[in-house]
Design a protein around this ligand. Structure first.
Ligand SMILES: NC(=O)C1=CN([C@@H]2O[C@H](COP(=O)(O)OP(=O)(O)OC[C@H]3O[C@@H](n4cnc5c(N)ncnc54)[C@H](OP(=O)(O)O)[C@@H]3O)[C@@H](O)[C@H]2O)[C@H](O)CC1
Ligand SMILES: [K+]
Length: 495
């Protein structure tokens, strides 16, 4: 739980992610503020050398330099390590004389030999620094770059990547031929590609180094993308105080399907553990005995006809709804979801209720006019939204189109708001890939929504709490374990 321990010292500014374009702007603004490009590069290379010295004892290092500023950082790293007495060799793609500006200046300070890049240069290296391409990657790796990195990845020699593993796209995390690094040192702020898959897996440990970029640069850039972290929403997380009673903590209503009854029950436990004062499952009368016999503090409300269900919604007692887990993909689910959305009250549309709109996605867009969260996994997403583009772009476009917060689930869940803000989550352990965990997630988000938290904050907090609960449990996790792990996560958050 290191992530929890460090959160108190992080601010939401530190969770900001910059695109490749925004990072170039940060550099321009730094230069305008008096920090030269030469100095930024010197600091970048020195930071990489420093991390290498912290992680390894001196050993033969091979620095692979590319034709741009990433290569320039590599020359600085080589120089600093050599000055510290490490045995260093440099191999380069292309000629050092074709380097420009500060990269050229730093390369001139390297007095050693510069070998031509090829798999043969790997011989004898015990640590490889990948400074081939970073933010300027514009096409798939090929020829010597591809062959040398591929050969390096077949051995056991650790690879340290400067900025990104060469071949990883900074904005999307897509790989155009990258091989895994054990450590990636990037500068000023992470980029989306450090968190989106497969980029995140290819980066290994990611360290963000300060290279002297003035803090004010971030305000001028006004980033819209963040890494999920309590610093983003902890202040808005609902907390019971001495003057709260169960009614003031909200009343969550979940549509309970039949014959799949477990999903709604798990969602209900998630909502209750997330702090909803009252939680009710509304169930078709035939399913009432099943639900009622296995639930204690969760209330069960039977309904006989769709009209009865409509009356239930029009009562004023409920503060947020959820439909989807175990609901069934049919006209009834479609109708019940529309009825929930028509109230304008906070609504979560999940699972089957998303798929219920597959023949008429426009109906979903037209119906959403209040706070709403959609929680699709990839297949559900593709049934109602445009599948093109990287995960961040797709999720943003979906949120903008339908006017709801969209949570596109996975190991790199993206949460996007209609106004363009987006959060990437990275605390989900692989053990969450098991049946029913999505139902608990929508329940947790519901519990927060029911207490009056905004749709975007509820979604971000819910996703993070869900990941932290799973991490708390470790291997062998079942979805039904998750709600009971939330108290420990909350305790730690508030300590
Ligand atoms: N604040 C910071 O983050 C700082 C970062 N620094 C470092 O600068 C790089 C970005 O430098 P840039 O020069 O923009 O880009 P690259 O070094 O990554 O590469 C550009 C050159 O590579 C060519 N290229 C691109 N893709 C390929 C490929 N697949 N095969 C061969 N060649 C490729 C590209 O050619 P074009 O034809 O596309 O123009 C360029 O020649 C950043 O990552 C940091 O490491 C600063 O040092 C400090 C501030
Ligand atoms: K690199």
């Amino acid at each position: 739980m290191n992530m929890l321990i460090s959160e108190s010292v992080l601010t939401n500014r530190q969770c900001a992610l910059l695109t490749v374009g925004q990072m170039a702007e940060a550099d321009r603004r730094s230069v305008a503020a008096g920090v030269s490009s030469f100095e930024l590069m010197a600091n970048a290379g020195a930071a990489v050398a420093h991390e290498i010295e912290c992680h390894w004892t001196p050993r033969p290092v091979l620095v692979l330099c590319g034709p741009g500023n990433n290569g320039g950082d590599g020359f600085v790293t080589a120089h600093v390590l050599a000055e510290a007495g490490w045995p260093v060799r440099v191999a380069m793609l292309g000629s050092r004389f074709s380097l420009k500006d500060e990269a050229r200046q730093h390369a001139q300070r390297w007095v050693g030999e510069v070998e031509a890049l090829s798999p043969e240069v790997l011989e004898g290296a015990e640590l490889i620094v990948d400074a081939l391409f970073g933010a300027g990657l514009s096409r798939p790796l090929q020829d010597q770059a591809l062959e040398t990195l591929a050969a390096a990845s077949h051995g056991t020699v650790p690879i340290v990547a400067i900025d990104t593993p060469s071949g990883v796209m900074g904005d999307s995390g897509e790989s155009l031929g990258a091989v895994p690094a054990v450590l990636t040192v990037t500068f000023f702020r992470k980029k989306p590609g450090h968190l989106l898959l497969p980029g995140r897996d290819l980066c290994g440990e990611v360290i963000v180094a300060d290279i002297g970029t003035p803090k004010a640069v971030l305000d001028a850039i006004a980033p819209q993308t963040y890494e999920n972290h309590p610093a983003l929403w902890l202040a808005n997380l609902p907390r019971a105080t001495s003057d709260t009673d169960k009614h003031s903590r909200g009343h969550a209503l979940i549509f309970g399907g039949y014959p799949m009854t477990g999903a709604a029950r798990m969602a209900a436990r998630g909502a209750a553990r997330a702090g909803s004062g009252l939680t009710t499952i509304a169930v078709p009368e035939i399913a009432f005995p099943i639900y009622a016999t296995v639930l204690d503090s969760i209330m069960v409300r039977p309904w006989l006809t769709p009209e009865d269900f409509g009356h239930l919604l029009n009562g004023s007692r409920f503060s947020a709804w959820l439909i989807g887990p175990g609901a069934g993909v049919d006209k009834e689910t479609f109708g019940h979801a529309l009825a929930m959305l028509a109230t304008g009250r906070p609504t979560i549309i999940d699972a089957d209720a998303i798929t219920a709109f597959q023949d008429e996605p426009g109906a979903l867009d037209r119906a959403i006019h209040g706070p709403c969260v959609l929680t699709p996994h990839e297949s559900e997403f593709r049934r109602v939204f445009d599948p093109f583009g990287d995960k961040l772009t797709r999720t943003r476009a979906a949120a903008r189109r339908c006017g709801a917060v969209v949570v596109l689930k996975g190991s790199d869940t993206v949460i996007a708001a209609p106004d363009g803000r987006a959060i990437i989550n990275a605390n989900a352990p692989p053990t969450l890939a098991t049946a029913g965990t999505g139902d608990v997630l929508s329940g947790i988000i519901l519990g927060l929504l029911a207490q009056g938290m905004s749709a975007f904050d509820s979604a971000a907090a819910g996703v993070w709490l869900h990941g932290a609960a799973a991490a708390e449990f470790g291997p062998g996790l079942l979805a039904e374990d998750l709600p009971d792990l939330l108290p420990a996560v909350f305790r730690r958050l508030y300590s």
